[in-house]
Design a protein around this ligand. Structure first.
Ligand code: GN1
Ligand code: MG
Length: 374
């Protein structure tokens, strides 16, 4: 990747300005990201140029349609509310022929976003307060998109959080036993089997209309929030590649799964794995402070189950991949997927022990923050 190559790509985007220089941005494990500086109207302006990994995202057209629809919707609202759309959202800068991406001579797919100046992200939860802010930021995202027209959104990875299907995939993998490893994980398979009746509660409630289908981000990790360098407040949600129709509980649940665990996702010492109830409470309160009024009481009531189900589902996905022979997730050693599965199942187990407290924290937060009960 040299200056000439990047300049050629940038020349295809309307109003990007005249190419000056670029630097790689070392975040994310999937796409290639560059900060590109151009000259426009006598001033230097930065852009975020990304090459989409089309091996992972095989339907870049649909993906970009989703990203463009969602970011345009947010941008419009931010402007209506008097906010700064250069900082409050990413948005797509179009090509000269009005497209959201450019395909180069090597068939590589490029997109151009605004560059959010003066911002940073956290890789770890350094304090409970940060986790409160994370909940507030993802709640804001949910709130801003509460009236987004769902028919304009593709399901780019079908059944991504259909926990019942994920269970059935595990069952099929066990029968197929492609890697010959199924015999090693009988305990884990049994753990999943004992909870199989729970896997269709949320999808079932969605099917019968008890839980509304919403725009979901699907990767609600802390480092997908940009914070302001000066104020330390969250300003913008990034990594929108998995934006799809889903349940609000999925985004809530996945954030808890990852952020409120006292151990790492692949911790080998299971005695270190537990649900930090204080972090759980902080996230619930942050989330409800911004999204509370746009969620239904039924959604709020099911937040604890969302957390448990996302953790259980992720554990099943790791287990399935272990049995399949590590074909989906990147692994660094042979039992990596199994270690990840065990931490997730341990966390599920701990959530079951603390379930009454999770329910109580959620109910109380809803009452305190939204003055509502269910
Ligand atoms: C994958 O690659 P990453 O970390 O953004 C996965 C998530 C899992 C997560 C588990 C598209 O996300 O669903 O929860 O690993 N993303 C996809 O660490 O499958
Ligand atoms: Mg991601």
């Amino acid at each position: 990747m040299n200056n000439q190559h990047i300049e050629n790509i940038m020349n295809n985007f309307a109003e990007a300005g005249k190419f000056v220089s670029f630097t790689p941005v070392e975040t994310g494990h999937i796409n290639t990201t560059l900060k590109v500086t151009c000259e426009k109207d006598g001033k230097e302006v930065n852009h975020l140029l990304q090459m989409i990994n089309t091996h992972v995202f095989q339907k870049p057209v649909q993906l970009m349609d989703n990203v463009h629809a969602v970011t345009s919707f947010i941008k419009k609202k931010v402007i209506e509310n008097g906010g700064d759309c250069e900082r409050a959202t990413l948005y797509c800068k179009l090509t000269k022929d009005g497209k959201t991406f450019f395909v180069d001579s090597e068939n590589k797919v490029w997109r151009l976003y605004n560059y959010v100046e003066n911002s940073f992200s956290y890789d770890a939860i350094e304090s409970a307060e940060i986790f409160y802010k994370a909940g507030k930021a993802f709640g804001d995202f949910q709130h801003l998109l509460a009236d987004f027209p769902m028919d304009g959104l593709y399901e780019t990875i079908p059944d991504f959080h259909n926990t019942a299907k994920r269970y059935n995939n595990l069952r099929i993998s066990v029968e197929r036993n492609a890697s010959g490893r199924a015999g090693l994980v009988q305990k884990e398979i049994e753990f999943a089997k004992e909870r199989r009746e729970e896997t269709y509660i949320l999808v079932g409630k969605q099917l019968i209309g008890d839980l509304p289908t919403r725009v979901t981000h699907n990767d609600t990790k802390l480092n997908n929030i940009l914070f302001d360098n000066n104020t330390d407040e969250p300003i913008c949600i990034v990594d929108l590649d998995t934006v799809m129709p889903g349940l609000s509980l999925y985004d809530f649940g996945d954030a808890i799964r990852f952020g409120a665990n006292t151990a790492a996702e692949d911790e080998k010492d299971l005695s270190k794995v537990s649900l930090d109830l204080n972090l759980y409470e902080q996230y619930v309160r942050g989330f409800l402070s911004s999204a509370g009024d746009s969620l239904t009481a039924e959604e709020v009531k099911y937040l604890p189950l969302g957390a448990k189900m996302m953790t259980f589902e992720c554990g099943m996905r790791f287990l399935t991949d272990f049995i399949d022979g590590d074909v989906y997730f990147k692994t660094r050693y042979p039992e990596h997927n199994l270690d990840r599965c065990r931490t997730q199942f341990m966390l599920v187990y701990d959530m079951e022990r603390k379930y009454e407290q999770m329910l109580e924290i959620t109910r109380k937060a809803y009452k305190d923050i939204c003055s509502k009960e269910y």
